[in-house]
Design a protein around this ligand. Structure first.
Ligand SMILES: Cc1cc2nc3c(=O)[nH]c(=O)nc-3n(C[C@H](O)[C@H](O)[C@H](O)COP(=O)(O)OP(=O)(O)OC[C@H]3O[C@@H](n4cnc5c(N)ncnc54)[C@H](O)[C@@H]3O)c2cc1C
Length: 463
């Protein structure tokens, strides 16, 4: 029987193990070693004062086939909940107040979010020059080139802060938004690509009896009990194969086998080791086996951030705007990246009479924030919610969750690093790396890639 050891029970490790057990049958011994007490990695849900509070991710978009398949196979389809349609109202902080983000092109051109010059420049997008295909351009440079500097600094910067907690001038477009890079490469521009996509989907609708269950953008979704229902259920399906409180501290290679040592001093042998932990944590473990791969992995940075959840008595905040929440571009001077209005996005996350919000702070522009003491984070967050939303009430509770390794940053050169890493790993057959440090940071990307990782593992083991 072949033995596989997966290090890390985040969504990547759990989904890979689930698929391996399904496809490998009894011919495969799959074990997952997890450092902490609970599986799920970043995906954790806190239950406090009757609220269901997401410590990390808020949800996933329901337009990815691999995620739908996993949810179906694990039996969670009846527990899926889509975000409330009211939560489509999103805001942006600019000039000292929140602006409703327009949902249509005419609305955008009427909105005061950008100056008239800035809006006109956006309208010229179809005439922007195309980049050279080999160029690994930053998100900011791409956006400036296509829609102008003002829109890049306001709209794109806010989106990059909201999704990656990142710095748009350092992140690689091709690695963080590969679809956008492909839209330009294939259609010569974003507007042209959107028109082509609309025409294609109209044709598809006309040709078929209807589209899939989700639109092209997908709907934000979670589960009735909170997002951690997915990792908890996957973990349950693995039974004793999932070993928690097993932090791996060393990996050795002897002939065709790997020997994995945990901090408890246990030694486990395997034919294949799959490291589904953040690159920065995995790098020291393989320093002796592959110094070059270890060096590349160390060079993939991540941005730490803190999530501050706040509960308010609804009667004290009734006058405030409602919807999804808001983002704040860095040039507007706030330290918070934005605020999600959780109890409106997924009604039922807070008991009646309570409004639940979560603020993100930190990221690539502000790496110190994640280490600030609780009272300092609370002070900054309340002061900036007052400035941005006009929120003057005192919260009935505050919960703070820290992510020192936060979100991987696919900086310019990420593509080359991955290529070198994959080539380097060919020298150590049976050693694989995967997860959000490499191939996509969203839950969807992790789940989608876990199918590829499992297939690669089976191919290697001759299954
Ligand atoms: C605050 C925040 C908000 C986010 N919001 C969203 C969102 O709304 N939607 C979305 O799609 N994505 C979101 N993301 C991104 C998404 O959560 C992650 O990219 C994804 O969960 C990463 O999964 P992973 O399995 O690759 O890694 P991780 O979740 O990092 O899991 C790695 C696991 O490995 C374990 N581990 C580490 N070292 C060792 C060791 N030496 N030995 C054994 N085990 C070890 C860790 O304890 C952990 O459980 C968010 C991320 C953060 C931080």
């Amino acid at each position: 029987m072949k033995r596989v050891l997966i290090i890390g029970a985040g969504i990547t490790g759990l989904a890979t193990a689930f698929r391996l057990r399904k496809l490998g049958g009894t011919e495969l011994d799959v074990r997952v070693l997890e450092a902490s007490e609970m599986p799920g990695g970043n995906i954790r849900t806190d239950r406090y004062e009757g609220c269901t509070i997401e410590k990390g991710p808020n949800g996933y978009l329901d337009n990815v086939e691999a995620t739908r398949r996993l949810i179906e196979e694990i039996g969670l389809a009846p527990h899926v909940r889509q975000a409330d349609p009211e939560a489509e109202r999103r805001y942006l902080y600019r000039g000292g107040r929140l602006h409703l983000l327009p949902s249509s092109a005419p609305g955008f051109f009427r909105s005061p979010l950008l100056s008239l010059k800035g809006r006109t420049r956006v309208a010229l997008e179809p005439f922007a020059k195309k980049a050279k295909p080999e160029l690994d351009e930053s998100v900011f440079d791409f956006a400036s080139r296509r829609i102008g500097r003002e829109a890049a600094s306001i709209l794109v910067d806010a989106m990059v802060s909201g999704v990656f907690a990142g710095d748009a001038s350092r992140l690689s477009l091709a690695s963080t938004f590969p679809k956008m890079a492909a839209m330009e490469a294939e259609h010569g521009g974003l507007v042209r690509a959107m028109i082509a996509r609309m025409m294609k989907s109209r044709k598809k609708d006309a040709d078929s009896s209807g589209g899939g269950p989700a639109g092209p953008g997908g709907k934000l979704s979670s589960f009735d009990e909170g997002l951690d229902l997915l990792p908890r259920t996957l973990a349950r399906s693995l039974g004793k194969s999932l070993m928690t409180r097993r932090s791996v501290r060393r990996i050795r290679r002897a002939e065709q086998l790997y020997s994995v040592e945990t901090e408890k001093g246990e030694n486990l042998e395997a034919d294949l080791v799959f490291l589904s932990i953040p690159a920065g944590r995995a790098a020291p473990l393989i320093e002796k086996i592959s110094p070059e791969c270890s060096r590349i992995m160390k060079s993939i940075p991540s941005a730490g951030l803190a999530v501050v959840a706040l509960g308010f008595d609804l009667s004290e905040v009734r006058e405030l705007p409602t919807g999804f929440g808001f983002l704040a571009p860095r040039c507007e001077g706030l330290r918070i990246l934005g605020c999600l209005w959780d109890s409106e996005i997924f009604p039922g996350r807070a008991p009646e009479g309570i409004r639940l919000m979560r603020v993100m702070i930190g990221g690539a522009h502000d790496p110190e924030a994640v280490g600030l003491p609780d009272d300092e984070l609370r002070r900054i967050v309340l002061a900036e919610l007052k400035t941005s939303m006009g929120l003057k009430a005192q919260p009935s509770f505050v919960r703070i969750y820290r992510y020192p390794l936060g979100i991987a940053q696919y900086e310019i050169g990420h593509r080359d690093k991955l290529e070198k890493l994959r080539t380097g790993l060919e020298e150590t057959p049976g050693l694989l790396v995967g997860g959000s440090s490499y191939d996509g940071i969203s839950m969807n990307s992790c789940i989608e890639k876990s199918e590829d990782y499992a297939d690669e593992i089976l191919r290697y083991l001759g299954g």
